[in-house]
Design a protein around this ligand. Structure first.
Ligand code: FES
Length: 83
């Protein structure tokens, strides 16, 4: 099994927001579809609205947003080198 497939399966199985049972895949999809801030992700997914009020998931969501932005930056650098 290749790494992309493993990551994809893990994204489906890993719950970022345990209270609301929201997977990492759904959080990533929200970010890829334009959610740029924690508030945007909350509006789209309902994450952080469980009994812990986001105490256990806010940091994880912010990290996913950061990682996505970093990957965009790296992609732009690669595109600039190619063109
Ligand atoms: S883990 Fe997300 S609201 Fe509790």
């Amino acid at each position: 099994m290749n790494n992309d497939l493993n990551n994809s399966i893990l994204d489906k199985l890993t719950k970022v927001c345990v209270c609301k049972s929201i997977s990492r895949l759904n959080i990533k999809k929200a970010i890829e579809n334009g959610a740029k801030t924690l508030d945007d992700v909350i509006k789209v997914t309902g994450a952080t609205t469980g009994p812990c009020k986001g105490r256990r998931c806010k940091d994880k969501i912010e990290k996913l947003i950061e990682e996505y932005n970093e990957s965009l930056g790296e992609q732009n650098e690669q595109d600039n080198r190619i063109s």
